[in-house]
Design a binder for this molecule. Structure first.
Ligand code: DSN
Length: 409
């Protein structure tokens, strides 16, 4: 590369990704093929519009590519309509709201502390400024969704849109119950499946499209292990037209065709039997960690996990904020993120918990044995973070990274 500064940063980042244990629940390692497609000549092409209805000439290859992406995506999710153009999960959500809501309409969604996402209506997001936002929490005792309570709130609020789906929730989401609530109050229902998309493709989590949810949004780079971006799905032909218009020209300009190429490759990979095995391992590895922590008396939010992540109440378990826990773990080459927990009293930049996810290290070949060892390290350093403990545990992590498969997918 002629630009040595950027080349150095790329090399440094590659090294960082291999030298640390990556436990951020929303991150993953894509295949070389996904990387190749994302870095391809499709980055040079403008293609505003949709296949066979573009505002530019020379679109014969991008048209075929986008059609292939849509076909593959519909197949893996059993969906009737798909839009592969959203640049991100946030863009997908904003386009979906814009398709069906007017400014000032009411949205009912999960609060950020209970596990929801900024784009579901937090006041710092544009969504919180455009629409009137009402929230539901998890149940204080079980720390799980309380569908009867959500139903009560929905009946009071009478929202135009209900959003289900989360960024930090470790339990199965019962889409059928949400569909019943939305029907009762005559609201649209949107499921944001960004975190659990891969599990759904592998039939390890209910599929909101099979359960009657109106609109499904997702990112493509978490458990789905594709190029970084967003997607929107629906089974409703009228909504499909509104959604397409809302993505382009409503909220975006030219699609990132190189990213769509990367997404297309990952949709193929997600259709292979090995993808199902991968998703099974993600869940099994998360369970191994959760069970270890529970047995040690660590406070796991909701008491366990059904998916790819677990949430630890670090305040109650180790008398440390999420920020402190994240910083201590970084010293032993483990990357997690601090995360608000239900009814958190700390600020979002501090928090009382951490979120741990297994998708990335499972891609690198880690199995129960490695995840159990890393859970032990996490427990030991959060219990005791003196210099001797840090030094000893960092060495364990380095050895584990060397002896674990740690292959690039
Ligand atoms: N999707 C979020 C996460 O889960 O990390 C980031 O916005």
């Amino acid at each position: 590369m002629e630009d040595k500064k950027v080349e150095k940063l790329i090399n440094n980042e590659e090294k960082r990704q291999m030298d640390f244990v990556q436990l951020i629940a929303s991150e993953n390692f894509v295949s070389k093929d996904v990387m190749k497609a994302t870095g391809s000549v499709f980055t040079n092409k403008y293609a505003e519009g949709y296949p066979n209805a573009r505002y530019y000439g020379g679109c014969e290859n991008v048209d075929k590519l986008e059609e292939l992406a849509i076909e593959r995506l519909k197949k893996i999710f059993n969906a009737k309509f798909a839009n592969v153009q959203p640049h991100s999960g946030a863009q997908a959500n904003i386009a979906a709201y814009n398709a069906i809501l007017k400014p000032g309409d009411k949205i009912l969604s999960m609060s950020l502390n209970s596990g929801g996402h900024l784009t579901h209506g937090h006041f710092v997001s544009i969504v919180g400024k455009f629409y009137k936002i009402f929230s539901y929490e998890v149940n204080k005792e079980t720390e799980q969704l309380d569908y009867e309570e959500i139903r009560k709130i929905a009946k009071e609020v009478k929202p135009n849109l209900i959003i289900c789906g989360a960024s930090a929730y470790s339990r199965i989401i019962d889409f059928k119950k949400f569909v019943a609530i939305a029907k009762e109050v005559n609201a649209y229902l949107l499921a944001d499946i960004a975190h659990i998309a891969g599990l759904i493709v592998a039939d390890l989590h209910p599929n909101p499209l099979n359960d009657g949810v109106d609109i499904v949004t997702s990112t493509t780079h978490k458990t789905l292990r594709g190029a970084r971006g967003g997607i929107i799905l629906t089974n409703n032909p009228e909504l499909a037209i509104l959604l397409d218009k809302s993505v382009f020209p409503g909220t975006q300009g030219g699609p990132l065709m190189n990213v769509i190429a990367g997404k297309t490759v990952s949709f193929y990979e997600a259709s292979l039997p090995s993808f199902k095995e991968y998703q099974k391992n993600i869940i099994s590895n998360a369970n191994v960690m959760a069970n270890f922590f529970i047995q040690k008396g660590v406070k796991i939010i909701s008491g366990g996990t059904d998916n790819h992540l677990l949430m630890i109440n670090t305040k109650k378990s180790f008398n440390k904020t999420g920020k402190e826990a994240e910083e201590i773990l970084y010293k032993v080459n483990i990357i997690v993120n601090k995360n608000a927990i239900p009814f958190d009293e700390e600020r979002p930049i501090v928090t009382s918990g951490i979120r741990i996810g297994t998708p990335a290290m499972t891609t690198l070949g880690w199995r129960n044995k490695e995840f159990l060892k890393i859970a032990e390290v996490i427990y030991n350093v959060l219990k005791n973070d003196d210099n001797i403990s840090i030094k000893k545990n960092k060495q364990i992590v380095i050895d584990l990274l060397k002896e674990g498969k740690n292959e690039k997918y």
